[in-house]
Design a protein around this ligand. Structure first.
Ligand SMILES: [Zn+2]
Length: 238
Protein backbone atom coordinates (compact mmCIF):
# COMPACT_ATOMS: atom_id res chain seq x y z
CA UNK A 1 0.00 0.00 0.00
CA UNK A 2 2.76 2.41 0.99
CA UNK A 3 4.71 1.30 -2.08
CA UNK A 4 1.71 2.06 -4.30
CA UNK A 5 1.33 5.49 -2.72
CA UNK A 6 5.02 6.27 -3.20
CA UNK A 7 4.77 5.19 -6.82
CA UNK A 8 1.69 7.38 -7.33
CA UNK A 9 3.45 10.41 -5.84
CA UNK A 10 6.57 9.79 -7.92
CA UNK A 11 4.55 9.38 -11.12
CA UNK A 12 2.65 12.58 -10.37
CA UNK A 13 5.86 14.51 -9.77
CA UNK A 14 7.38 13.26 -13.04
CA UNK A 15 4.33 13.83 -15.21
CA UNK A 16 4.88 16.56 -17.77
CA UNK A 17 5.11 17.36 -21.45
CA UNK A 18 8.82 18.01 -22.12
CA UNK A 19 9.27 14.47 -23.40
CA UNK A 20 6.91 11.74 -24.57
CA UNK A 21 7.39 7.98 -24.43
CA UNK A 22 5.95 6.29 -27.53
CA UNK A 23 5.80 2.96 -25.73
CA UNK A 24 3.69 3.81 -22.69
CA UNK A 25 2.26 6.91 -24.41
CA UNK A 26 2.92 9.12 -21.41
CA UNK A 27 4.45 12.56 -21.09
CA UNK A 28 7.18 13.32 -18.55
CA UNK A 29 9.27 16.25 -17.37
CA UNK A 30 12.37 14.33 -18.49
CA UNK A 31 13.82 10.93 -19.29
CA UNK A 32 16.10 9.75 -16.49
CA UNK A 33 19.82 8.91 -16.64
CA UNK A 34 20.71 5.24 -17.13
CA UNK A 35 23.56 2.90 -18.03
CA UNK A 36 27.26 2.52 -17.34
CA UNK A 37 28.73 4.97 -18.22
CA UNK A 38 25.60 6.88 -17.43
CA UNK A 39 23.66 8.38 -20.33
CA UNK A 40 21.44 11.36 -19.61
CA UNK A 41 17.96 11.43 -21.12
CA UNK A 42 17.71 7.64 -21.42
CA UNK A 43 15.11 5.94 -19.23
CA UNK A 44 11.34 6.43 -19.26
CA UNK A 45 10.33 6.97 -15.62
CA UNK A 46 7.03 5.17 -16.19
CA UNK A 47 7.68 2.06 -18.31
CA UNK A 48 11.47 1.79 -18.17
CA UNK A 49 11.96 2.12 -21.94
CA UNK A 50 15.40 3.11 -23.25
CA UNK A 51 16.42 5.01 -26.39
CA UNK A 52 16.60 1.84 -28.50
CA UNK A 53 13.31 0.47 -27.17
CA UNK A 54 11.54 3.68 -28.09
CA UNK A 55 13.21 3.58 -31.53
CA UNK A 56 11.85 0.05 -32.05
CA UNK A 57 8.41 1.08 -30.80
CA UNK A 58 8.27 4.00 -33.22
CA UNK A 59 9.40 1.77 -36.09
CA UNK A 60 6.63 -0.71 -35.35
CA UNK A 61 4.03 2.03 -35.07
CA UNK A 62 5.12 3.54 -38.40
CA UNK A 63 4.68 0.15 -40.07
CA UNK A 64 1.44 -0.70 -38.31
CA UNK A 65 3.04 -3.80 -36.79
CA UNK A 66 2.22 -6.24 -35.48
CA UNK A 67 -1.15 -6.78 -37.13
CA UNK A 68 -4.01 -8.96 -35.86
CA UNK A 69 -3.44 -12.59 -36.79
CA UNK A 70 0.36 -12.31 -36.77
CA UNK A 71 2.81 -14.36 -34.74
CA UNK A 72 5.54 -12.50 -32.88
CA UNK A 73 8.72 -13.89 -31.30
CA UNK A 74 10.39 -11.52 -28.84
CA UNK A 75 13.76 -12.78 -27.65
CA UNK A 76 14.82 -11.64 -24.17
CA UNK A 77 12.09 -9.02 -24.08
CA UNK A 78 12.27 -5.82 -22.11
CA UNK A 79 9.10 -4.95 -20.25
CA UNK A 80 8.22 -1.74 -22.06
CA UNK A 81 8.25 -3.15 -25.59
CA UNK A 82 6.66 -6.42 -24.46
CA UNK A 83 3.71 -4.59 -22.96
CA UNK A 84 3.35 -2.38 -26.04
CA UNK A 85 3.21 -5.42 -28.36
CA UNK A 86 1.07 -7.60 -26.10
CA UNK A 87 -1.56 -4.87 -26.08
CA UNK A 88 -2.18 -5.42 -29.81
CA UNK A 89 -5.40 -7.44 -30.12
CA UNK A 90 -5.48 -10.73 -32.01
CA UNK A 91 -1.77 -11.49 -32.17
CA UNK A 92 0.13 -14.53 -30.92
CA UNK A 93 2.98 -13.28 -28.79
CA UNK A 94 5.84 -15.53 -27.70
CA UNK A 95 8.46 -14.25 -25.29
CA UNK A 96 11.60 -16.38 -25.21
CA UNK A 97 14.52 -16.16 -22.86
CA UNK A 98 17.44 -18.34 -21.88
CA UNK A 99 16.25 -19.08 -18.38
CA UNK A 100 18.91 -18.79 -15.71
CA UNK A 101 18.55 -19.98 -12.13
CA UNK A 102 17.82 -17.20 -9.67
CA UNK A 103 15.96 -15.02 -12.16
CA UNK A 104 12.22 -14.66 -12.60
CA UNK A 105 10.48 -14.33 -15.93
CA UNK A 106 7.03 -13.10 -16.88
CA UNK A 107 4.38 -15.84 -17.05
CA UNK A 108 4.38 -17.69 -20.35
CA UNK A 109 8.04 -17.03 -21.15
CA UNK A 110 9.48 -19.91 -23.19
CA UNK A 111 12.93 -21.24 -22.27
CA UNK A 112 14.71 -20.44 -25.48
CA UNK A 113 18.20 -21.15 -26.75
CA UNK A 114 18.51 -18.77 -29.67
CA UNK A 115 20.87 -21.20 -31.43
CA UNK A 116 18.15 -23.92 -31.37
CA UNK A 117 14.78 -22.17 -31.50
CA UNK A 118 11.96 -24.60 -30.62
CA UNK A 119 9.59 -23.54 -33.41
CA UNK A 120 9.06 -24.66 -37.00
CA UNK A 121 10.49 -22.91 -40.03
CA UNK A 122 8.62 -19.94 -41.57
CA UNK A 123 6.59 -19.47 -38.39
CA UNK A 124 6.84 -15.85 -37.22
CA UNK A 125 5.71 -12.65 -38.93
CA UNK A 126 7.74 -10.47 -36.61
CA UNK A 127 10.95 -11.23 -34.71
CA UNK A 128 12.56 -8.94 -32.21
CA UNK A 129 16.07 -9.80 -31.04
CA UNK A 130 17.67 -6.77 -29.44
CA UNK A 131 20.98 -6.78 -27.59
CA UNK A 132 21.16 -10.57 -27.41
CA UNK A 133 23.61 -11.74 -30.09
CA UNK A 134 26.60 -10.02 -28.46
CA UNK A 135 26.15 -12.50 -25.56
CA UNK A 136 25.95 -15.61 -27.75
CA UNK A 137 29.20 -17.48 -28.51
CA UNK A 138 27.88 -19.04 -31.74
CA UNK A 139 26.07 -15.99 -33.07
CA UNK A 140 26.14 -17.28 -36.64
CA UNK A 141 24.07 -20.30 -35.55
CA UNK A 142 21.66 -17.93 -33.78
CA UNK A 143 21.31 -15.80 -36.91
CA UNK A 144 20.57 -18.88 -39.01
CA UNK A 145 17.92 -19.97 -36.51
CA UNK A 146 16.27 -16.55 -36.46
CA UNK A 147 16.21 -16.61 -40.26
CA UNK A 148 14.78 -20.12 -40.29
CA UNK A 149 11.78 -19.31 -38.08
CA UNK A 150 10.97 -16.02 -39.86
CA UNK A 151 8.18 -16.24 -42.41
CA UNK A 152 8.95 -15.16 -45.97
CA UNK A 153 7.76 -11.54 -46.06
CA UNK A 154 8.25 -11.21 -42.29
CA UNK A 155 10.36 -8.65 -40.49
CA UNK A 156 13.16 -9.13 -37.99
CA UNK A 157 14.50 -6.33 -35.81
CA UNK A 158 18.08 -7.31 -35.02
CA UNK A 159 19.86 -4.82 -32.79
CA UNK A 160 23.28 -5.19 -31.19
CA UNK A 161 25.73 -2.68 -29.75
CA UNK A 162 27.63 -1.52 -32.84
CA UNK A 163 31.00 0.17 -32.93
CA UNK A 164 32.01 2.41 -35.80
CA UNK A 165 34.92 0.11 -36.59
CA UNK A 166 34.73 -1.81 -39.87
CA UNK A 167 35.26 -5.25 -38.34
CA UNK A 168 33.94 -7.12 -35.33
CA UNK A 169 36.31 -7.59 -32.42
CA UNK A 170 35.97 -11.04 -30.94
CA UNK A 171 38.19 -13.52 -29.23
CA UNK A 172 36.72 -16.62 -27.56
CA UNK A 173 39.80 -16.90 -25.33
CA UNK A 174 38.81 -13.65 -23.58
CA UNK A 175 36.65 -14.87 -20.70
CA UNK A 176 37.75 -12.56 -17.89
CA UNK A 177 34.84 -10.22 -17.15
CA UNK A 178 37.11 -7.20 -16.66
CA UNK A 179 38.83 -7.82 -19.96
CA UNK A 180 35.45 -8.33 -21.69
CA UNK A 181 34.28 -5.04 -20.20
CA UNK A 182 37.37 -3.26 -21.47
CA UNK A 183 37.37 -4.81 -24.91
CA UNK A 184 33.71 -5.58 -25.68
CA UNK A 185 31.94 -2.99 -23.52
CA UNK A 186 30.22 -5.22 -20.96
CA UNK A 187 31.28 -7.99 -18.59
CA UNK A 188 29.15 -10.64 -20.31
CA UNK A 189 29.64 -9.65 -23.95
CA UNK A 190 31.65 -12.04 -26.09
CA UNK A 191 32.37 -9.57 -28.90
CA UNK A 192 31.96 -6.00 -30.07
CA UNK A 193 30.36 -5.88 -33.48
CA UNK A 194 31.72 -3.63 -36.19
CA UNK A 195 30.07 -2.52 -39.40
CA UNK A 196 30.48 -6.06 -40.75
CA UNK A 197 27.60 -7.16 -38.49
CA UNK A 198 25.27 -6.83 -41.47
CA UNK A 199 27.49 -9.19 -43.49
CA UNK A 200 27.00 -11.91 -40.88
CA UNK A 201 23.24 -11.42 -41.05
CA UNK A 202 23.35 -11.62 -44.84
CA UNK A 203 25.40 -14.81 -44.64
CA UNK A 204 22.62 -16.29 -42.51
CA UNK A 205 20.15 -15.53 -45.31
CA UNK A 206 18.65 -12.18 -44.32
CA UNK A 207 18.11 -9.29 -46.67
CA UNK A 208 19.37 -6.47 -44.47
CA UNK A 209 18.49 -2.81 -44.37
CA UNK A 210 19.92 -0.27 -41.95
CA UNK A 211 17.92 2.80 -41.07
CA UNK A 212 18.77 5.70 -38.81
CA UNK A 213 15.35 6.83 -37.57
CA UNK A 214 16.61 9.90 -35.67
CA UNK A 215 18.11 11.26 -38.88
CA UNK A 216 14.66 11.36 -40.50
CA UNK A 217 13.03 13.33 -37.66
CA UNK A 218 13.33 17.00 -36.70
CA UNK A 219 15.70 17.63 -33.76
CA UNK A 220 12.85 18.53 -31.41
CA UNK A 221 11.15 15.18 -32.10
CA UNK A 222 14.43 13.31 -31.51
CA UNK A 223 14.67 15.01 -28.13
CA UNK A 224 11.00 14.57 -27.32
CA UNK A 225 11.05 10.82 -27.99
CA UNK A 226 14.46 10.45 -26.34
CA UNK A 227 16.23 8.80 -29.29
CA UNK A 228 19.97 8.52 -29.86
CA UNK A 229 20.94 10.62 -32.86
CA UNK A 230 23.37 8.01 -34.19
CA UNK A 231 21.53 4.77 -33.36
CA UNK A 232 20.89 2.41 -36.27
CA UNK A 233 17.84 0.25 -36.72
CA UNK A 234 19.00 -2.99 -38.32
CA UNK A 235 16.22 -4.88 -40.08
CA UNK A 236 16.24 -8.29 -41.69
CA UNK A 237 13.70 -9.68 -44.12
CA UNK A 238 13.30 -13.01 -45.85
ZN1 LIG B 1 7.39 4.86 -21.20
Amino acid sequence: MLKALKRWLRDRALRGDAVHCPLCDRGAIAFLPSGTPQRPHALCPFCGSLERTRMMGLALTQRGLPKAGQRVLHVAPDRSLRERIQAVPGITYIAGDKKEPGYTYPPGTVDLDVTAIPFPADHFDLLICSHVLEHVPDDRAAMRELFRVLKPGGLAILLVPLSTRPTTDEDPTVTDPDERQRRFGQRDHVRLYGRDYVDRLRAAGFTVTVERPAATLPADAVFRFGLKADEDLVLGTK
